[in-house]
Design a protein around this ligand. Structure first.
Ligand code: COA
Length: 237
């Protein structure tokens, strides 16, 4: 049995690139990616979109020893990017961007989903659409910073899961949840809409920046203990 390797990377978006730098990097990407990225109105989103696309290609290129420009990344009907043309490759990759950070992961086997979210003031109303009753009870029992932290821990893990399975928001976020007693013991156990434990899904959270939450979900067990930080130049060049 081959051992699975999962690697996680994060890159800070940094200051605004010059138009020349942006154009130069964009030109290394397929036209549809260029068009998608240029549709973002804010420069911050354009830059994060660019870094996410470059990071995905860098991870795949290094893993498969193939030039990044030779890789064909396509999207499923639900928007999930996947690698086309490497039928023998058993692995998977995923990226996420929020605020200052772009986060990516690659596994040599199985599937994974990653999520980064910047902490903002929470609206408890939102929790009705995202969390199941057990999660909401726990959320309401907390206050202040603890409540905010818990909200985003749940949020990122839920996002990472729906990204791992590729369904995105077509899977209602209230249709699955985390076992609260396990969470209190520091264990993360997913339960389906009937409350049945789903121990085949593994989760990990990471502390990279106090103002953000990072999470990964995978069907593979050996999740990395940390995220490798890359410079923007390492991702763009
Ligand atoms: C699209 C979605 C999969 C992730 O959205 P998000 O958290 O806003 O964005 P992220 O930055 O984490 O992820 C976006 C990236 O995920 C990838 N992605 C898109 N659709 C995907 C899917 N169905 N499955 C896996 N990955 C997907 C793409 O690479 C995309 O980035 P790109 O378009 O620049 O390449 C979906 O879950 C969504 O729209 N979420 C909205 C957020 C929300 O309301 N959350 C409530 C939580 S309580």
């Amino acid at each position: 049995m081959t051992l699975t390797t999962i690697q996680l990377f994060a890159v800070h978006r940094g200051a605004q690139l010059t138009d020349a730098q942006l154009q130069q990097s964009l030109q290394t990407l397929p036209l549809e990616d260029q068009q998608r990225i240029l549709r973002y109105r804010r420069w911050e989103d354009r830059q994060s979109g660019l870094l996410a696309a470059k990071l995905a290609r860098k991870m795949l290129s290094e893993e498969l020893s193939v030039p990044a420009s030779d890789l064909q990344i396509r999207r499923t009907e639900l928007g999930r990017p996947y690698l086309h043309g490497f039928a023998d490759w058993q692995g998977d990759f995923n990226v996420s961007h929020s605020g200052d950070w772009v986060f990516g992961g690659i596994t040599t086997q199985g599937v994974l989903g990653v999520d980064v979210e910047g902490l903002r003031e929470i609206e408890m109303e939102v929790s009705k659409h995202c969390y199941c009753p057990e999660e909401r009870d726990e959320l309401y029992s907390l206050g202040g910073a603890e409540q905010n932290a818990f909200f985003y821990v749940l949020w990122t893990m839920k996002e990472a899961y729906i990204k791992a399975i590729g369904t995105g928001l077509s899977t209602p976020l209230t249709s699955f949840g985390f076992d609260i007693p396990s969470l209190k013991e520091g264990k993360i156990l997913l339960k389906d809409d009937q409350g049945v434990p789903q121990p085949q899904w593994h989760f990990q959270r990471y502390d990279v920046d106090d103002a953000y939450r990072f999470a990964i979900c995978s069907d593979q067990e050996n999740l990395p203990g940390s995220i490798t930080l890359l410079t923007r130049d390492e991702v763009l060049n």
